[in-house]
Structure formats: structure tokens, C-alpha cells
Design a protein. Structure first.
Length: 811
């Protein structure tokens, strides 16, 4: 049976927060899409996209930021496979993850959900997850495509970025994920890129994603991220989520009728969605047979829970990163008397807040795990208030307890409020009360091992007050046992940082252009994010990208560079088994185009017994020598001598060689004399004119206008007392929640939401016509505005009913 235009258009938007429409008479079932990157969040009851309502129990694996520290693609694939198994078993077709946005700035509130500051590492890990997830017949949905690197004004910010930076930094990870992972879905991001919403950006979705990379799957909007659905469909965006109601379908029908888009655009999108629906439904139906029914809901059976809890442990164990270990204080010797101090030891920080929040099947804590280990635990003290309130009694107790032990295990970290979707971090420091406690214990002469739970990098000016630091990141529901095992030497930590840890926030290259007051976010630092900047500008870091210690030592020898690979030998020179992450960096000649000092182009993780040597080969792929030339508008290779380096980290290069290559074009992309800061790397100080030269176009002014796209948080700029009042109430409520230390995520979302979100996220209750009435009201035409809202309200009800009838053939 053929679908009508109405049916096709209506299929391209959700029927509820996490489900698509079904047409039973046409044999088209509804499918489920659920978060998220490190565990399934299926909300069988009340649904929301902020993780506020409860969800079905699922395994909470370590977050992407954690597993990235393992640099282990095989592990990523295994975790992906387990995620996919839970997804299918619980009746979900699309898992909304992995997240692979670049960590442009350490304060981005969602960094814990992302892999790295390096696109190569992020892309490889994401591709591995995708392959694993999709082995189960369900779909992965890498997100958020693209250039989505802050939470402030997240639905309305405009990322101003030059084409080379876009390609080399912000898209390369997605390119690898798409080409090597072959995802059935991808999620477009909320933000605009150079003035056009990502979801309706032809350059991004049509030219790059679909034509260049050959992506044939479904593009799903982020929740409420569709601006003009017709333009989205034309540009290559398939499914608008969550549930915009009949208005969204009518918008498409009208666009076809007016010639704004072709019916063939609709057909192409419908075909993509149908192939997603049909290619996943059978596997899901089969897998749900393994689920356990409780109160009519699908639940995971115990064997899957157990198997995946063990895998969550293994994943955390592979990701433990040792940052400091003075005099070999770790691993702790058998029967050592230890004091366990810090709230996080009992109430673990193991995942972040927001849409990725998983309702765990089990949860380990460090105190219990240490009590079961080979050391003698003399006691536990909370030590500090996790939200930063002074607590002298807790400090006193902690100091007393530490006296009875040989070594103090001090669990520090960021709390739930500091790392959340919808909110960027306010500071890069630990809360002062934690640092004060560390200093007090140090003054008392204690030997201190710090265990850090934090989903992104923090300042560590306090590091000289402790003897060792084990970075657990946000290690999932079984992470505590991995920490205990790393401390006691049951495992040998092998993680290395997937993100640079700087000495102080002021060192970050995007310091002056992150989460500011304007809508536009100028990516003035260009290609120099993370280590690419710190190395080029000679900024000393606390712990460099790729850094991590082991309880054993490794020696490197015999580098051999071929046209398509680099080989070398790694030897375990210590006395216990260990795993070494070797990193391949390449330095471009940098004569014709400015370039970072070196860039990651490959890596390998090798397990070695004491005394054992292995020959490691890392392939040189198509990313090894390329740069994006803005004149020829394609990838080119610069002529000259390339330095090939193998390192323990980005700063600790142990082997190197050279290779000379021919160039692929004479066309110089830039007049380098006009871009002195990019040449020198001093990109914190790029002026507006120089940035405009790099961009090749003017910067939009970024001022809010009174339109469908004004956010609720900008209504103080409206010309209506009603707008001011709503703004004052919402911001007042938010400020109160911030002061209390528990920011209201819902309010934050609303304040960052453009007015059009009212029509996109209310399941058809509010139409775009009503939003236009509100806009009139905000422009000062309050009477006309209110009348329009009322008229459109009635119109919407009538039109919704008519559409439903046409869709489902009601008599
Ligand atoms: C987030 C997405 C998430 C979606 C659905 C949005 O707010 O940005 O990452 O997948 O909600 O919950």
C-alpha cells in the first residue's frame, strides 16, 4: 500500500518523547529511541530528555571520558556490544550515543560524556562503540553533530568556526565514526554553525555527511533541536524529535505544496527512516524474549545484569589512570593499615547528570571494596561536605582517623552539581574544603593517596601535598572495585589521559571565547585545541595529553618507518605484567600552512609480561599527512619532511624518524603574514580582524532578536512587560536553585530554549502559529498577540484532529 503525503510527512517526527509513529494498516511499527552513551535510560513511564524521571534498571558503564583513557578500541567495542544487548533486550531500537564532541574547553558541562580533545582518538573509540552496539541489530546514534562544545545557551549558540578547523578538529572524529563504524543514525546538534542551524545545514548534512562520507542512514534532531523542519528535511535531516505534534507534519505538507521543498526530499527521508525501522525491529523483537516482565515492563534478566556488571568492572579497570606515584607508595602492600577518607568513598561519583543518567543494576563503593581487599581498613571518615560547606567536625574526625593508619586514601572529586548537562562548570578547581582537608592531613605528616572522581580535567595545584594520585574519572557502577584493585596491585593501572590537564584555567586557548554573553561563540583558537595549543605556545601543563604511569616500566627501540606503517619494539623492563599505550605523532613540515607541533595519528595498547618484548605496528592511514586546504577546498598534503614520533605521551617522545613526501598542490591556502598568531600559536590573543581573515567571512553580530528563536532567557530584551515578568520569575527561580547548590535542570533548559521549542516539545499542544502570537506579544503588540495565540490555539486543535483522521483513516 502506498503512503499518502500526510502519512509520509507525519512519520518524520516523533509520536512521543522517545517513540516514532506507527501505521498498523501499512505494517509500519513504532520504534523506541533511548539515551544514552554509557548505559540505557529507557523511561517506560513518564519521559523527559533531562534524566529527571525514573528509568528501567540498566548497567551504568564508565562514561566515555573514562573509557577513552583506556585507548582500547577492542574494549570500546565490547562495551558497545553490551550496551546494544541491553538496548535490544529492553525493546529499544536506537541507542542515543556515543557522544564524541571535542573537549574544546575544560569547563564544558558535558565533557564527561565525550571522549577526548583529539579527533583521532575520539573517532576511533566512537567507531568501536558503534560497531559493538550495532552487532545486536539495533542502531547507534553518534552525537551531537557538530561543533557543539558548550552547554551555555546550548539551543541557540552559534559556533563561528573556519572551514579548516571545522574539518580537521570538529568533523574528523565524526568522519572516522561514520566511515569505520557505519552507524545507522546520527544526531544533529542544537547549535548553529556559522549562522545556520546544524540540523538544516546543507554543507554539514548534505555535502559532507551524505555526499562526501556516504552516510545513508537517519539523521535525528537533538530533542527540540529542529528549527525549520522543511529546511532540515531538504538538507538531509530525517526525524524530528521529540513529539512536535501535527504542526510539524503540516509544515512539511505546506512546504511541498508551496515548492519550498520537493516531494522527493520527503521520499528520501522516509526511505531512510523506514530502513532504520525495518532493519532494527526484528532483532529487537527477538531480543525482548530474553527480558523479564515486571509489572508489564521489560526488565533485564539477572544473567545479563551480572555479566555486564563484570564488564563494567573490566572497562573501569582498563581505564584507571595513575598520575603520580612517589617512591612507589602504590600498590599498597598487603596488610597495610589504611584510613579511607572522603564522602566519595561511600557515596561514589560514577556518572554525570542529565539525559545520560542511568538507573544502575548495582552500585559498588570504595569503602566496601577496600574492606574486602588485602589491606587493613582502620576506618572511614566523611572528611568534607561534598557541596563545599565548611564542616570542622568532619575535618577533625578525618585527622583523628588518619593518625591510626599508615596510609590515607583520600577520595576527592567533583560533585553532581558541578558536572551536568545543561550547565557549564563554574570553575576548574576542586571545592576549597577538599583542598583544605588535604593540606591539613599533609601538615599532620600523613602519607596520602588521592583518588579522584571527576568526569573532566581539574586544576591540581595541590598535587605536591599528596604522594600519589589515581584518576578514576567517572568509572560507572563497578568502578569502585577497579579503584580498590588498582590501589592494591590486583591490577596494574594502564590508562593514559585522553585530555590535557592544564595548570590553571587561564591557560586554556578558548579562555576569552567560551560560554560568553553573546550567542556567537568565536572559535578564534582555530585548530589549536588541547595539546595542539599547549605545545605550540609552549605552555607548561600539569599532566600532558597521553600521560599515565604504570607499576612497571617500558623500553622502546628499533623504529622502522614504511610508507604505510610505523613499527617499533616495546619491552616490559619491570617485574610485573603491564600494558603500555604507545602513541604515534606526526609533525607536518608547517612551511606552506601553519600546523601544530605534532598530532596524534595512531596508537596501540600492548600487554607485556615482565621481560617480554613485542613488535608493534601502527598503520599510517589517510589521516596521517592530510590538511584541509581552503583554496582548493579539499584535503591536500604538504610537500616536505615529516617527523614521525613514537611516544609514551604527547610530551614524552622516545623514538623518531623522518619521511619526505611530495605535495599535492601549489595553491597556498593563506597569506601567512596576515595570520601571525596562528603561525606562532599565540591564539589566546587573536584579534577580530585576524580571525575574520581566517574565517573568510564576517562574524554575525550575535544579538538576540525578538523572533521564534529568542530564548526564554533573553526575554528581558523583549518589548513586553509580560516577557520581562516571565524572565524575572524564571531567572529568579534559577538563581535560587543555584544558590542552594542544586541547579534546576528543567529551568536551565527552559531558559536556554528558543520560543519555537514551545511548539516543538509540547506534543502538539502549542503550534508554531501560537508561538508567532507570543512573538507579536513580545514585540509589544500585546492585544494582537493574545488574539493570535487564541485563534491559533483553536485552529491547532481542529487541524490536529483532522490530520489524525487523515493519517489513520478514522471514519
Ligand atoms: C540531549 C541529547 C539526548 C536527548 C534525549 C537532549 O537534551 O542533548 O544528548 O540524547 O536530550 O534525551
Amino acid at each position: 500500500m502506498k503512503m499518502t503525503l500526510d502519512q509520509k510527512c507525519a512519520l518524520l517526527s516523533g509520536k512521543s518523547v522517545f517513540q516514532t509513529r506507527e501505521y498498523k494498516n501499512l505494517g509500519i511499527p513504532s520504534i523506541w529511541l533511548s539515551d544514552g552513551p554509557h548505559g540505557l535510560r529507557k523511561q517506560a513511564g513518564a519521559s523527559d530528555h533531562l534524566g529527571l524521571n525514573p528509568s528501567v534498571e540498566a548497567t551504568c558503564f564508565p562514561t566515555a571520558a573514562t573509557i577513552a583513557n583506556s585507548w582500547d578500541e577492542t574494549l570500546g567495542e565490547k562495551v558497545g556490544e553490551a550496551l546494544g544487548e541491553e538496548t535490544a533486550t529492553l525493546g529499544v531500537n536506537v541507542l542515543l550515543g556515543p557522544g564524541l564532541n571535542m573537549k574544546r574547553n575544560p569547563l564544558c558541562g558535558r565533557n564527561f560524556e565525550y571522549f577526548s580533545e583529539d579527533p583521532y582518538l575520539a573517532g576511533k573509540m566512537a567507531a568501536a562503540y558503534i560497531r559493538g552496539i550495532q552487532k545486536n541489530g539495533v542502531a547507534a546514534c553518534p552525537k551531537h553533530f557538530a561543533v557543539n562544545n558548550q552547554e551555555t545557551r546550548r539551543m541557540a549558540s552559534d559556533s563561528i568556526v573556519d572551514e579548516r578547523t571545522l574539518r580537521e578538529i570538529y568533523l574528523t572524529g565524526f568522519e572516522i565514526a561514520v566511515k569505520e563504524g557505519n552507524p545507522k543514525c546520527i544526531m544533529s546538534s542544537y547549535n548553529l554553525i556559522n549562522g545556520t542551524y546544524a540540523n538544516e545545514n546543507e554543507h554539514l548534512l548534505s555535502e559532507i555527511l551524505r555526499k562526501e562520507w556516504g552516510f545513508k542512514g537517519t539523521v535525528v534532531t537533538d530533542w527540540g533541536g529542529s528549527n525549520d523542519h522543511a529546511l532540515g528535511v531538504k538538507a538531509g535531516s530525517t526525524l524530528e524529535m521529540p513529539a512536535p505534534g501535527g504542526d510539524s507534519a503540516r509544515e512539511l505538507i505546506a512546504a511541498v505544496k508551496s515548492g519550498k521543498i520537493e516531494e522527493s526530499d520527503i521520499d528520501a527521508r522516509v526511505n531512510e527512516l523506514l530502513s532504520l525501522i525495518f532493519s532494527t525491529s526484528k532483532a529487537v523483537k527477538e531480543a525482548t524474549k530474553n527480558a523479564v516482565l515486571k509489572d508489564g515492563e521489560l526488565n533485564l534478566p539477572d544473567d545479563i545484569k551480572k555479566k555486564h556488571h563484570d564488564l563494567a568492572y573490566h572497562a573501569a579497570a582498563e581505564s584507571m589512570t595513575l598520575l603520580k606515584n612517589n617512591n612507589g607508595i602504590l600498590p599498597l602492600k598487603r596488610n597495610t593499615k589504611v584510613a579511607i577518607i572522603g564522602d566519595f568513598a561511600k557515596n561514589p561519583r560514577y556518572q554525570g547528570a542529565g539525559s545520560s543518567m542511568v538507573n544502575t543494576t548495582a552500585l559498588d563503593n570504595l569503602l566496601d571494596c577496600m574492606e574486602k581487599s588485602s589491606v587493613e581498613v582502620v576506618g572511614y571518615a566523611k572528611g568534607f561536605d561534598r557541596l563545599g560547606q565548611p564542616d570542622d567536625v568532619a575535618v577533625k574526625e578525618a585527622r583523628e582517623l588518619a593518625k591510626c593508619a599508615e596510609i590515607t586514601i583520600l577520595c576527592l572529586g567533583l560533585d553532581e552539581v558541578q558536572e551536568s548537562e545543561g550547565l557549564d562548570r563554574q570553575m576548574m578547581k576542586l571545592r576549597q574544603n577538599q583542598i583544605s582537608l588535604l593540606k591539613a592531613l599533609h601538615r599532620d605528616g600523613r602519607k596520602i593517596v588521592v583518588v579522584l572522581s571527576a568526569g573532566s580535567s581539574i586544576e591540581t595545584q595541590w598535587k605536591s601535598y599528596c604522594d600519589a594520585i589515581l584518576y578514576a574519572c567517572l568509572s560507572g557502577q563497578a568502578g569502585a572495585r577497579a579503584v580498590a584493585d588498582a590501589l592494591t596491585g590486583v591490577i596494574n593501572p594502564s590508562g593514559k589521559l585522553a585530555e590535557t590537564w592544564i595548570e590553571k584555567y587561564e591557560d586554556t586557548p578558548s579562555l576569552h571565547h567560551f560560554a560568553g554573553k553573546k550567542r556567537t561563540v568565536e572559535y578564534r583558537e582555530g585548530i589549536y585545541i588541547g595539546y595542539r595549543y599547549y605545545q605550540k605556545a609552549d605552555v607548561t601543563t600539569a599532566f600532558p595529553f597521553g600521560y599515565g604511569l604504570s607499576y612497571t616500566t617500558f623500553k622502546y627501540s628499533d623504529i622502522d618507518v614504511e610508507a604505510d606503517s610505523v613499527s617499533f619494539t616495546v619491552t616490559n623492563t619491570g617485574s610485573i605484567l603491564g600494558k603500555e599505550i604507545s602513541q604515534l605523532y606526526i609533525s607536518a613540515p608547517g612551511k606552506m600552512v601553519f600546523a601544530p607541533k605534532r598530532e596524534l595519528k595512531g596508537f596501540a595498547k600492548t600487554s607485556l609480561k615482565p621481560g617480554e618484548s613485542k613488535r608493534v605496528t601502527i598503520p599510517l592511514d589517510d589521516k596521517a599527512f592530510r590538511y584541509w586546504n581552503v583554496k582548493t577546498n579539499r584535503w591536500e598534503q604538504e610537500e616536505g619532511v615529516y617527523k614521525i614520533s613514537v611516544g609514551r605521551s604527547s610530551e614524552d617522545i622516545v623514538l623518531s624518524d623522518e619521511i619526505t613526501l611530495k605535495g599535492t598542490t601549489d595553491k597556498k591556502p593563506y597569506d601567512m603574514r596576515k595570520l601571525p598568531h596562528y603561525e606562532s600559536g599565540d591564539v589566546q590573543n587573536v584579534g577580530k580582524d585576524e580571525f575574520v581573515k581566517l574565517l573568510g567571512h564576517e562574524i554575525p553580530d550575535g544579538k538576540p532578536d525578538i523572533s521564534r528563536n529568542m530564548t526564554l532567557g533573553e526575554m528581558n530584551h523583549a518589548r513586553s512587560p509580560l516577557g520581562w515578568l516571565i524572565w524575572a520569575i524564571l531567572t529568579g527561580m534559577l538563581n535560587r536553585s543555584l544558590k542552594k547548590g542544586s541547579p534546576d535542570l528543567n529551568l536551565l533548559f527552559q531558559l536556554n530554549m528558543p520560543l519555537r521549542g514551545l511548539a516543538k516539545m509540547t506534543s502538539g499542544m502549542i503550534s508554531m502559529g501560537m508561538v508567532d502570537g507570543i512573538v507579536l506579544e513580545l514585540r509589544g503588540f500585546w492585544f494582537v498577540g493574545i488574539i493570535k495565540v487564541l485563534v491559533e490555539f483553536v485552529k491547532n486543535i481542529i487541524q490536529n484532529r483532522r490530520l489524525e483522521k487523515r493519517l489513520y483513516n478514522y471514519k
